[in-house]
Design a protein. Sequence first.
Length: 214
Amino acid sequence: MSNRSITLEEKQQAFAELRSVKQLFAERGWFPGTSGNLSVRVGDFDAEQFHFAITASGKDKTIDTPSDFLLVDQTGQPSELTSLKPSAETLIHCEIYRLTGAGAIFHIHSVYNSIISEYFWERKSVPVDGVELIKAFNIWDEDAHIEIPIVSNFAHIPAIVPEVTDRIDSKIPGILLRKHGIYAWGANAFEAKRHLEAFEFLFEYVYKMELLQR
Ligand SMILES: [Zn+2]
């Protein structure tokens, strides 16, 4: 346990941010079957040492309880005495923070992100051409073309991490797990939410466009 650098206020602020994002996403049906997880980084960042607040594993995210969040370190271990368990997927949050220094990471499972990750699996990325919402990623080129990376989904989460390490694209603030869901991140909760919403819009757009073109 090594969270002495984090103040109570910082922790409470992170939990409050997670609670409001959790409520909003729950209203959208973005946590089916207790899936999904949200995290916000807290305190100073060093790629080798940092902390973040994350949703506890296995909770119904449509209801609020006093034990919805916990603080973990860069290895995904709780930084405080708690019986709460971080999700197994916490290790993916750890790796994204380590590589990007992001301030928040949101992970959801949706029908569109799951289908599109399978549809483009052999390509290993989802191509998107010239859609306005690409600007949500601060990519302003006219007719911008982006490729959203897709990595394998293994039951053993640590096996996914090396692919995340390999495939993260510094210009694209998100990565898809095959037939699983998306991880989207940003400098803070506001930006991570904007990116996630843009990804979900683009997945639905690409899906429907593919159908029309058949
Ligand atoms: Zn998941």
